[in-house]
Design a protein around this ligand. Sequence first.
Ligand code: ATP
Ligand code: MG
Length: 439
Amino acid sequence: MALQAPRGTRDLLPEETGQWQYVETTMRTLCARYGFQELRTPIFEYTQLFDRGVGSDTDIVEKEMYTFQDRGGRSLSLRPEGTAGVVRAFVEHHLEEAGLPVKLYYLGPMFRYERPQAGRQRQFHQFGVEALGSEDPYLDVEVIDLGWTILQALKIDAIRLEINCIGCHLCRPAYEKTLKTYLQDHRDQLCADCQRRSETNPLRTFDCKRSSCQAVLAEAPRISDALCDACQQHFETLCSGLDMLGIPYQKTATLVRGLDYYTRTVFEFKETLTAEAATVCGGGRYDHLVAEIGGKDQPGVGFGIGMERVMLLLEQASRMPSTREPIDVYVAFASPQQQGMAFDLVSQLRRQGVAAEIDHGRRSLKAQMRAAARKGVRLVLLLGEEEVAEQAVTLRDMETGAQRRIPRTEIVQLLHQQFSSPDAIELQMRGAVHEINGC
Ligand code: ATP
Ligand code: MG
């Protein structure tokens, strides 16, 4: 039997990678505008990093991590999320020396052993940002604004922003005690996971997706009533910052996040197209994670966007851009005698910045013309016996059918003038920037 890609993974085919590049370029361009720089960390880390950073009794670490021993007997894990690795690199390379806050972004595959379904894979991709080294609530506003602006630039507007403040190490312990008592009083209405969580990490019960547990939690004491003055003040400034920017949001007192490291601000952008209201982007503040991972106590705030969910939303809303890079010129030749000369021509064109293609299938001239038409090529260069004898080429405009014979010495220069442009990458960037500015 032919082999298939592992369960929960997906190949991104050429028709999709162009769309991904477009979305990624939009994200990178906006990050640059907000002063965030890219950081690339390894795909696997020591397991301990996630035990400590994400929290050993979170779903991710408890049940979803791909953990293995390498040949040297070390325990390694494929990264299930991006923040722990970014914080590890921030500490390891003393990035704070460049001045605070340090604003970073990342983009790449993450791995979680989950039941695959629409928008949920075992290898998926996240784009995320982290701003380290400041408690300023306006930094939270900046991070949320960046997420909002990215989704707006991609024209993903069926979206709802929910925010909450989950307190700090001063006010949360007292609240957790109250919540624990409440949960214990309703223990028989909770699922086994929540019964356990109500002992170890009661706040996490809010993250349970079971409706029976949600019903109990709807009546539970609220963290918003238990915040200390500093947390209250922080949250109020954040809200007024969002109001000032005109970013609509909803305060959701039951919103917590699936990872242990969050303090104060948590937020999620949820899609509003389906009843499921899947989270596209989730994030928040983590003021003790840096210390947890072994650095000096430094606050931080960030988010992660699920790339597959972004692509799904673009598709559902028919907003997926078509992004195929065009081929400018197709060089067609009549018989094998002209192949060498035709190949020389195609490579000269490419060296001059013209996107050019040639047949490698010994196809007839007619079939080559069909291939050119299929690729949507505007101009074809024809090389036959006559052209070779005259040291010329025939230039055919595929739209009008007009043909011109042009001396070989002139053709490369002529096409270079017609198509010469900054290289494709820069063009693509400009395309994305144009879109962003237009929104
Ligand atoms: P969920 O509640 O949907 O499981 P989560 O709380 O586990 O999400 P985070 O850890 O906050 O998600 O990850 C950030 C984003 O990454 C999510 O909002 C989602 O868009 C995406 N994401 C998370 N897990 C997966 C997955 N298995 N497949 C695809 N995307 C995912
Ligand atoms: Mg999850």
